[in-house]
Design a protein around this ligand. Sequence first.
Ligand SMILES: [Zn+2]
Ligand SMILES: [Zn+2]
Length: 337
Amino acid sequence: MRKVVVAGERQVAFVDVPVPEPRGAWVLVKVEASALCTEYKAYLTGRQLLNPGHEGAGEVVAMAQPGRVKIGDRVVVLPQLACGRCALCLAGDYIYCENELDYGMTFGTHDGSGTLGQYVLKPDWLLPLIPDDVSFEHATMAIDGIGASFGAFEAIDVGALDAVLVTGLGPVGLGAVANARFRNARVIGVEPMPWRRERAAEMGAEAVFAPDEPDLLDKIRVAAGGGVTCAVECSGRLPSQRLCIDAVGRRGRVAFVGEAADDLVIRVSPDLLRKGASLVGSWLYNIGDYPKVMQVIQQSPLIDLLVSHVLPMSQIQAGFELLASGQSAKVVVNPWE
Ligand SMILES: [Zn+2]
Ligand SMILES: [Zn+2]
């Protein structure tokens, strides 16, 4: 089978390795579509990735024992290698599992552990079914395209009476726009790249501002008809994190989705206590919500705008460049082309 390797700065290689063998509850999936995500950052900096990819969809082709899926099932390949046994896993919050399975110890190789390859091995319970009328390309949105912000929207309970601020309209933030519109919430966006601002507007954001716009807070308040009730932060940037906290009104709710390395200062009295605000972090969603995530993908007319590019895996370099340029939403590759 062929897999992608991020070999160095702006360098991609394709490597042929043996197809991994299923064992125990680990099932072999033929990957039909894989969505690109943070791997492009390694591509830009030259950090080597030997088995990249965590957003896949495909068909079950082999297993070692009868289990939760059968040969021919169309499945989403959920990320991480949660244990399936701890209290968090049993509650569906597998994404926060602290007892991850050791792929290398189990198989003596890491080949087949990433979705940017033609086959992947996964424990069967992390392979939920795809409805017949949903394409593999759209199904990959069940991970970070729609899924990442879906968990945040559930955590802060966004509904039709809300006006949501979404900061950072990259692939995840544009997915947040789709989630907001699916819930009939009003949505205001903030994003530096013009292409992404336009795409957000096309997807139904009522107003989309650049982060350096003067009087940004006032403009957000006016655009939202008196202020936003909640915010979903998708950029990972400190000024945007602060903007989300400042933009929500009393009793506001803020969910942080964008990964961030820097320290944000929280002032307990003005930010939380006097405001009665809630700040939560969210990493993907409870697996029990998978049917609801898939319902968004199945029914939202915005998914075709969220998947901006579908490319052969042989052109993955162009896909990484698109993500780096800010002129794309989600980019999906087909490992067989
Ligand atoms: Zn991702
Ligand atoms: Zn666990």
